[in-house]
Ligand binder design. Structure first.
Ligand SMILES: Cc1ncc(COP(=O)(O)O)c(C=O)c1O
Length: 400
């Protein structure tokens, strides 16, 4: 137990206090990408000119007409009270229409819960699907919060090492090879940190495999819309047991508005609603209005995607010249994953030095892959092309 001398504010005397320990399940590693973001904000405030390739967020805001709409909503309804716990009916209906237009998929609005970022959607998805002691598999490298959400819920995490030949994504072969049985599988295509995708035929096979084995498939479709060669398919078309997570943070460029959604199978919707009511009450009201409007401006968002593709191409050709070969199947999202094994075996130290010496922020691979991430880094290119070119120049001139 942690014994500290604490000053009693009233009489300024010192008393001995026993601090009670935190829970075991809240013991999780720090999210380095966000620590780096704080550090970069500090350096920026101190006048340094950092190229920001660390945090995974677009440097552009939501389309201007949606911001004008937000201003109008705030003028007309300054109260901004709670919405329905599962989200405004108009927004759920609009998302449902989007599934029909974009994917030709049927998603009734009743199966949707609007959440504060997909991060809160994950809490709803995982609690409605799993109990403590269940096992859920992820394929590494992977978005780190999955592991930490699961551990905090006392769900055992099975980490399956992704292979380069499968673009670090799951395949039936890889799943079959896993000796442990699991109750759930989380997939993310296009994936963070590699930007790689599961092709549609393999996705169909994975859906069928999961349904046949009684494995609950959780598909994080956060980067759908940001794809360069082929459009991503949603698992909703291929499994009635799968849960889909999505967000307004990435393609829709509304990161700080903190809005996402979870699409639940029919028999989980009531659970999802009760979890949303009790845990979150409702997602931010103003953000839901803006999200409703953003669907009228998809053409502007697609222009961002064109720019991301240009940035990806520049990085894939320039980074190897800086000694940073990249994993080349970066077909979506806005990340490339680079191999630093020729330069360092400590990605944390490497990223810290790069920030200090070259003034370029990136994220250490150890965030995404606990066993192999010492020799890789993630580079986010959701920035202007000018800044991406400048970052490449800095890295090429950086003397390690
Ligand atoms: C794969 C993936 N899923 C989920 C999230 C969480 O996003 P948000 O809570 O902003 O919706 C992120 C954020 O970087 C992500 O990369």
């Amino acid at each position: 137990m942690d014994n500290r001398n604490i000053k009693n504010k009233k009489d300024n005397t010192e008393t001995m206090t026993n601090l009670l320990p935190p829970s075991k399940r809240s013991d999780m590693p720090t999210f380095r990408a966000l620590d780096i973001l704080s550090k970069v904000n500090e350096l920026d405030a101190a006048g340094q000119d950092i190229r920001r390739l660390g945090a995974g967020q677009p440097c552009f805001g939501a389309p201007q007409p949606t911001l004008d709409y937000a201003a109008q909503i705030l003028r007309d309804d300054p109260r901004q009270g709670y919405t329905e716990s599962i989200g405004m009916p108009s927004l759920r209906a609009r998302i449902s229409r989007y599934y029909s237009d974009y994917y030709a998929a049927d998603l009734p609005p009743e199966q949707l819960v609007i959440t504060s970022g997909s991060s809160c959607g994950f809490i709803i998805a995982l609690i409605s699907a799993f109990d403590a002691g269940d096992k859920v598999a992820v394929v590494t490298p992977t978005y780190p919060a999955y592991r930490n959400f699961l551990k905090a819920l006392n769900v055992e995490v099975i980490e399956i090492e992704g292979q380069a030949e499968n673009n670090y994504q799951p395949s039936i072969e890889l799943l079959e090879k896993c000796e442990e049985k699991f109750d759930g599988l989380i997939i993310n295509s296009p994936g963070n940190p590699t930007g790689s995708m599961i092709d549609e035929d393999e996705l169909i096979r994975i859906c069928q495999w999961c349904d046949a084995k009684g494995v609950r498939l959780i598909s994080d479709e956060a980067y759908h819309g940001i794809t360069y060669e082929t459009k991503a398919a949603t698992v909703l078309k291929y499994s009635s047991n799968a849960i889909v997570l999505n967000t307004f943070s990435k393609y829709f460029a509304m990161t700080g508005w903190r809005l996402g959604w979870v699409a639940l199978p029919e028999n989980l919707t009531d659970r999802g609603k009760k979890l949303a009511e009790n845990f979150f009450v409702s997602a931010p009201t103003i953000s839901q209005h803006v999200a409703y409007k953003v669907f009228d401006h998809l053409d502007m968002l697609d222009e961002y995607v064109t720019l991301y593709k240009r940035n990806r191409d520049i990085l894939c050709s320039e980074l190897p010249k800086a000694g940073l070969p990249v994993f080349t199947h970066a077909d979506g999202a806005f990340y490339v994953y680079a191999d630093i094994s020729e330069l360092s075996n400590n990605s944390i130290d490497f990223c810290a030095r790069m920030l200090e010496e070259a003034q370029v922020s990136t994220t250490p691979g150890i965030d995404f892959d606990l066993t192999r991430g010492h020799t890789s880094i993630r580079i986010c290119y959701a920035d202007s092309t000018k800044n991406i070119i400048e970052a490449c120049e800095r890295l090429k001139n950086w003397q390690l």
